[in-house]
Design a protein around this ligand. Structure first.
Ligand code: GLC
Length: 413
């Protein structure tokens, strides 16, 4: 079996981390398969894939294609950017078509909206196309219109949660969709192992002895809740010393989609948190950063489609507080293996952080139960078994196992 994976971005955001673990799981399950990755941008994902025995083709997106997207605002107000983006997409489509023809895959698996569209338009005739959906696409005005046009060229979709599958079903009712939860590397993301010096990375003097370290681990996408996190920290009474960390950076190129560090620093000043909050920048060793924390916060202000950091934090044995909506809400039980609060509720988040600052016993219980929960949800062998079944069904529909026997959930049939 020869599979080509398509991904627009080379940096390690959530969808790329998910792809990296997917490649590792498929490679382990099928060591002889020929796996290729076509990337629209160079970055750490390329090296990570090569290390897993995947052949990487770098085919950089033209700037105009990389920058166009719904996050740029009301797209009809940007006729020039849109026209330039369409033109660049047409040129890129030709290039991608040539690459796919030369690799001659048995199956194409795309990640990310731009690659779903480009893959559907260029895949060699008769080659099944699997769309791996990581986000609520019905909310993207331009994207959803284009997906409606392209979806008949896609054979099947895989979504990262039931909540995302439901959204996709409302947008494209005819498209068969399987829910397959992401995997994480449970050895790397584990309670034992080195810890990063977050104060040093953030350029701060060491935190006061006994200070509880509370961190938001996220890209700088605006909906990841950086402002909410800072507001919650500013509401904490000073009875237990703490230090907050913002771990991550602006890694995407779509115009208007992210905060800049200067904007976030201005918010730190406005809330009088200077010295109490540090910025580490992008960190490749996420488990090392998480292990250095006493509490991992997830603060997305909109329903989170899945939320890699939630399961990664749990796997590292660090208590997690998460915004309880969307796919994220499928990943934990409030009070049992993590704490939840309503998205956008700064007072609610502050309350849950306050509970954990004061209660070491609760931190310990959540840490242990969280690790068990991550092991149950995010095993790589489970992901490979579910995904390989989808691939085989596309290649030989008659040989597919009856869908009822699958351990995962078929939707939209
Ligand atoms: C996207 C989603 C995020 C999810 C990741 C991996 O980045 O926004 O919620 O964790 O994909 O599926």
């Amino acid at each position: 079996m020869r599979i080509v994976y398509l991904n627009p971005c080379g940096s390690l955001g959530g969808a790329e981390t998910s792809l990296r673990e997917l490649l590792a799981s498929v490679r382990t399950a099928e060591p002889d398969w020929d796996l290729w990755l076509v990337l629209g941008e160079d970055g750490p994902l390329a090296e990570a894939a090569r290390r897993r025995g995947v052949q990487v083709v770098l085919a950089p997106f033209p700037e105009a294609l990389a920058r166009v997207g719904d996050a740029a605002g009301r797209w009809y107000k940007w006729p020039f950017r849109l026209t330039a983006g369409c033109w660049a997409a047409l040129r890129y489509k030709r290039r991608l078509g040539e690459i796919l023809d030369s690799i001659h895959p048995d199956l194409v698996h795309s990640n990310g909206l731009k690659m779903h569209l480009l893959g559907a338009w260029t895949h060699p005739r008769g080659t099944p196309v699997v769309w791996h959906i990581h986000d609520y696409l019905s909310r993207r005005r331009l994207g959803r219109a284009l997906l409606r046009l392209a979806h008949r060229r896609c054979s099947v979709a895989v979504s990262n949660s039931h909540s995302v599958a439901e959204d996709l079903r409302s947008l494209l009712p005819g498209l068969k969709t399987y829910v397959i939860y992401n995997a994480i590397d449970l050895q790397r993301f584990s309670p034992g192992g080195p810890k990063l010096d977050l104060d040093d990375l953030a350029g701060l003097r060491p935190a006061a002895p006994g200070a509880i370290r509370v961190g938001l681990v996220a890209t700088f996408a605006k909906w990841k809740g950086h402002l909410l996190f800072l507001q919650a920290l500013s509401r904490l009474s000073g009875d237990v010393p703490f230090r907050g960390y913002i771990i991550g950076g602006p890694i995407y190129r779509t115009v208007g989609s992210q905060w800049t560090r200067t904007e976030l620093e201005a918010e730190v000043d406005r809330l009088q948190l200077r010295g109490k909050v540090g910025f580490t920048g992008f960190v490749e060793d996420t488990p090392g950063a998480m292990r250095a924390l006493d509490v991992v916060v997830h603060a997305s202000s909109e329903p989170e489609p899945f939320g890699m950091v939630i399961v990664e934090g749990m796997a590292c044995g660090v208590p997690v507080i998460a915004s309880q909506a969307g796919g994220a809400a499928e990943l934990f039980t409030h009070g049992e293996n993590a704490l939840g609060y309503a998205p956008g509720d700064a007072a609610g988040l502050a309350r849950q952080i306050g509970r954990l600052l004061r209660d070491g016993g609760l931190r310990k219980r959540l840490a242990e139960a969280g690790r068990r929960n991550a092991e149950r949800l995010c095993e790589g062998s489970r992901l490979a078994a579910e995904l390989l079944r989808v691939y085989r069904e596309q290649r030989q529909p008659s040989a597919a196992l009856p869908i009822e026997e699958a351990s995962f959930t078929p939707e939209g049939r």
